[in-house]
Write a protein that binds this ligand. Structure first.
Ligand SMILES: [Zn+2]
Length: 199
């Protein structure tokens, strides 16, 4: 690595930290950028900066957004009486793509995972419960992943939500155990939503 010019070595190092990018890919991307027009590299750099500067969390659902409330929470055509609870912002897009869901969302930002020191207080659970206080929400769909942590989190939430008199459903898992919503296809997810059961 020391034989590389420092700016080259630095970009290779930084790109290697990205998921799915090994040192070889990082090097290929770096040399590609080096050869590409200044404008192209600049646009990429600006896009990365804007991502961090302009993106924040929606104050209602905690999805990532560049306006607050986010476009989904602002959409008057959506059914505000149903909230679909997901683990992370990237779970929303696949559910939206099914075209089968017209309610709103709540992003927990993780799962309960004692092994990693993550308890319920690290997640947006308080915020979810406060959305249920005024009686306008009739159903909460738990769409956490079919993993041990996703299941434990759903179980924890079920009691809390039921105690507020709100119906709780869990999406049906045609999604294989251990796999994730983020990577599920639209057909599987549509079926999972339609087949949700009250718990
Ligand atoms: Zn929102």
């Amino acid at each position: 690595m020391s034989s590389l010019a420092e700016p080259v070595a630095k970009l290779v190092r930084e790109l290697s930290k990205l998921p799915g990018i090994g040192p070889k890919s990082a090097q290929r991307l770096t040399y590609y950028l080096l050869r590409s027009p200044d404008e192209e590299a600049k646009t990429l750099a600006e896009a990365i900066l804007a991502l961090k500067e302009k993106i924040s969390l929606c104050s209602i659902c905690f999805n990532i957004t560049d306006c607050d409330p986010c476009p989904i929470c602002q959409d008057k055509k959506r059914d505000y009486s149903i909230i679909c609870v997901v683990e992370k912002p990237s779970d929303i897009m696949p559910l939206e793509r099914t075209g089968k869901y017209n309610g709103v969302y709540h992003v927990l930002h993780g799962t309960i995972n004692p092994a990693e020191g993550r308890g319920p207080e690290e997640l947006k659970i308080k915020e979810l419960l406060s959305r249920l206080q005024n009686g306008a929400v009739k159903e909460v769909i738990l769409a956490t992943n079919p993993t041990v942590e996703g299941g434990a989190t759903a179980l924890y939430l079920t009691d809390l939500i039921k105690s507020l008199g709100v119906k709780v459903t869990r999406i049906a898992y045609g999604i294989p155990m251990g796999s994730e919503i983020e990577y599920s296809d639209g057909m599987t997810l549509s079926k999972a939503l339609e087949g949700r059961r009250e718990i």
